[in-house]
Design a protein around this ligand. Sequence first.
Ligand SMILES: [Zn+2]
Length: 328
Amino acid sequence: MRTAQRVALLSSLFLIAGWTSCGSGTRGEPPVVPQFDTARAFQFLLDQVAFGVRAPGTPGHDQAEAYLFGKLQETARQAIKQEFSATTSFGGPYDFANLIGLYGPAAGGKKLMLCAHWDTRPAADQDPDPNRRDQAILGANDGGSGVAVLLEMAQAFKQSPPKIPVIVAFWDAEDSGNSSGPAPYSGYLLGSQYFVKHMPAEATPDEVILLDMVGGDSLPNTRVGTRPGGNNTFDLPIERNSNAAAPELVDEVYSAARKLGNTAFKQQPGYSVIDDHMPFINAGIPAIDLIEFDYPEWHTTDDTADHCDQDSLRQVGETLLQVVYARN
Ligand SMILES: [Zn+2]
């Protein structure tokens, strides 16, 4: 993900709302929510890291693209590869691909998109060691974690198809911008911007939930320290652009987390982050971002699997399965 800024606390914006699920199972029974297989989700993270860096133009990028598209083809009723090429702040032109899977019915109810970026950043420019800042990051968390949660959810969707249309999307070219990159997002978010300009009718969402950096652990890392204003604990405060654009969707997700006791979801204002939800918000589509922006290893060479935690994936995956299967 890209960048953030602290703004004044406006706690009145964050009234705690009640449980707002759109319904339950037949005859008022609670919905049957599939199990989230946490170990398999973590394996999906390790599988991606095993390809090495997935930065544009690298062999790992090609291998991950084939792997991820194969997973969507195995699980979805329809898989779509949306290819494009672009020059980034780091070079190119490179070949890119957004990868999309369609689950549940084709119509009936709002189409809910769940998405994450799958590319990794070509430079560890936040590394405390200047000699490492030209190295690409492995992106176990920044790139790998959101995709891992969604790959495991796709397994659940195949096993027990949801009653509402669900779109799973993996964005390419999210993390190749820099502070002097071109407007509107400094060269970041290329895949999601391309998608919003070229949305296939069958994959056009009514609402969007983005996952980014949802796999961090809660252990100190003395080499990198903590992010300014941050801590070592995995938590997901409410991202501010999300709350401004889609407060009801925020409430639905955080209420589901609260119901399940998934305490990483902090019902308090977090950062304001420019991420792949912004092209949707700016196109008038409600979108939210679940993100731990103060992940201490963010954009360093320590964004590796040993600084991730299976339980973080579990909390996010269980919560989102609850959201999906409570809708019908
Ligand atoms: Zn990033």
